[in-house]
Write a protein that binds this ligand. Structure first.
Ligand code: ADP
Length: 438
């Protein structure tokens, strides 16, 4: 916004200065005759009084009279001048010979030189010297003050627009972060009131559509669970009976499919629950090293494999930190599970706390993630089409859930290149005020 204001001010200042210089030049150029006549009329009396002074004395005293008048009129300059002087143009000489006055105009159409013929040979010239420096400065300061008043007026007019546009920008940002109930609430009387109203309607439509989608996903997932449980139960019953080996194997295959479907439904339910804006994170103070330990505890079996090395780096003094343990553990577990799937041998977890927040990263030395896919992998059901990915067989929901779990706490989750050669997932949680901790 500041950029707009600075640009507007620059444009106004340049335009004002250029107009101040050019407009008088153009107008005086276009209406030169009228300006000339006006100045001649204004100075007629003055010039004729001067002429009278000269005609009262003999011609040989004109020069002395001109000097004495010059002193009395200072800073205006009075001088005797020959009509055939080279400084006069042809038309000016013609006017003087015809007994008419001659004028020259300066800035803003004011007189700089007035010449009156005394006889066929001589004329008296009254020259207005340029304004002294202090007067010039005063004129300029008047211009500057007028310009400043204009700019102040502009700022006064712009302020409510600025405030409303900032509000619009902030609301758009909140909507992007998933706070779908945010509205601009800009008064309809504002100059951008109509735009804000259209924006608010759009936001309401988006909220409605997304809620509908979430409710549908939730309902379908719930509805699917009951028949799946029944099927699982039925198959377990069937398996408890005496069966030929081939049928038993086929039934066991079906049970595996049903368990997989059930897992998908559970993942979908977690994802749609995390999308619910009404769900507030439940932050509690946890000791970070104990928290990391407890997460690693759930991977005891996998970590016992001799071909995987896991290092934990704790940077600085790890104080207690306020976070939602369930949501955060869910995210970190997903990241660790992926790291175990994709690593060659090494996994590294790092934790660092600073006054702004807590950073936790999970590195591995696996195949990594191509730069172009580092954002897309957080989309639900997005899986990279690599032989390794097909072998690991997830649903592509893990990272989407992890990111949502962090965003629900105002944090972020990003993927980058790990110094170990594979992928690094960087998780960041902001420090919250004590009052927000339950
Ligand atoms: P899935 O449950 O299918 O693994 P995720 O959402 O957890 O789904 O991951 C999405 C995709 O991101 C995976 O299919 C995989 O291609 C890629 N990915 C995730 N973690 C890693 C990792 N540590 N190294 C390389 N690729 C990864």
């Amino acid at each position: 916004m500041l950029k707009i204001l600075v640009r507007l001010y620059l444009i106004t200042i340049v335009t004002f200065s250029a107009a101040n210089y050019l407009v008088p030049v153009v107008v005086i150029g276009l209406f030169n005759d009228r300006f000339m006549r006006y100045n001649l009329e204004q100075s007629r009396g003055f010039q004729s009084l001067l002429n009278e002074q000269f005609h009262r004395v003999p011609i040989d005293q004109w020069s002395a009279l001109a000097s004495s008048l010059d002193q009395r009129f200072a800073p205006l300059q009075v001088s005797l001048i020959r009509i055939d002087d080279m400084t006069f143009s042809e038309p000016e000489q013609k006017r003087l010979r015809n007994g008419e006055d001659v004028m020259r105009l300066g800035d803003w159409g004011t007189t700089t030189l007035g010449v009156s013929p005394l006889d066929k040979q001589w004329a008296v010239a009254l020259r207005v010297p340029p304004d002294p420096l202090d007067m010039n400065l005063l004129f300029w300061s008047m211009n500057v003050l007028i310009g400043a008043a204009l700019l102040a007026c502009l700022l006064f007019w712009l302020r409510p627009h600025w405030r409303d546009l900032e509000r619009l920008k902030q609301t758009a940002r909140y909507l992007g972060q998933g706070r779908l109930s945010e509205r601009t609430n800009i008064s309809p009387r504002s100059n951008i009131g109509e735009l804000a109203a259209v924006f608010d309607t759009m936001a309401a439509d988006i909220e409605h559509l997304l809620n509908q989608q979430r409710d549908l996903l939730n309902a379908v997932s719930h509805e699917l669970r009951t028949p799946l449980t029944r099927l699982d139960f039925g198959l377990a019953l069937a398996l408890s009976e005496e069966l030929p080996l081939a049928s038993r194997e086929r039934l066991q295959g079906l049970v595996a499919h049903i368990r997989e479907l059930d897992e998908l439904v559970l993942e979908l339910l977690s994802y749609s629950r995390l999308q619910n804006p009404a769900r507030q994170p439940e932050r509690v103070m946890v000791s970070l090293d104990e928290f990391v330990d407890s997460i690693l505890g759930s991977f005891d079996e996998e970590l016992e494999a001799p071909d995987t090395v896991l290092d934990v780096l704790m940077h600085g003094s790890l104080e207690r930190f306020a976070l939602d343990p369930r949501l955060t553990a869910r995210a970190v577990q997903n990241l660790l599970r992926n790291a175990m799937r994709y690593c060659e041998r090494r996994i590294q977890i790092g934790v660092k706390v600073n006054p702004e927040g807590c950073e936790l990263w999970v590195d591995d030395d696996g195949i990594g993630i191509p730069e172009l896919d580092r954002e897309r992998i957080f989309e639900p059901f997005y899986r990279l089409d690599r032989s390794r990915d097909r072998a690991t067989g997830g649903f592509g929901l893990g990272l989407a859930i992890s990111r949502r779990a962090l965003e629900a706490q105002g944090g972020t989750l990003t993927a980058e290149q790990s110094p170990l050669g594979g992928a690094r997932f960087r998780l960041w949680l902001p420090t919250v005020a004590e009052t927000a901790v339950s």
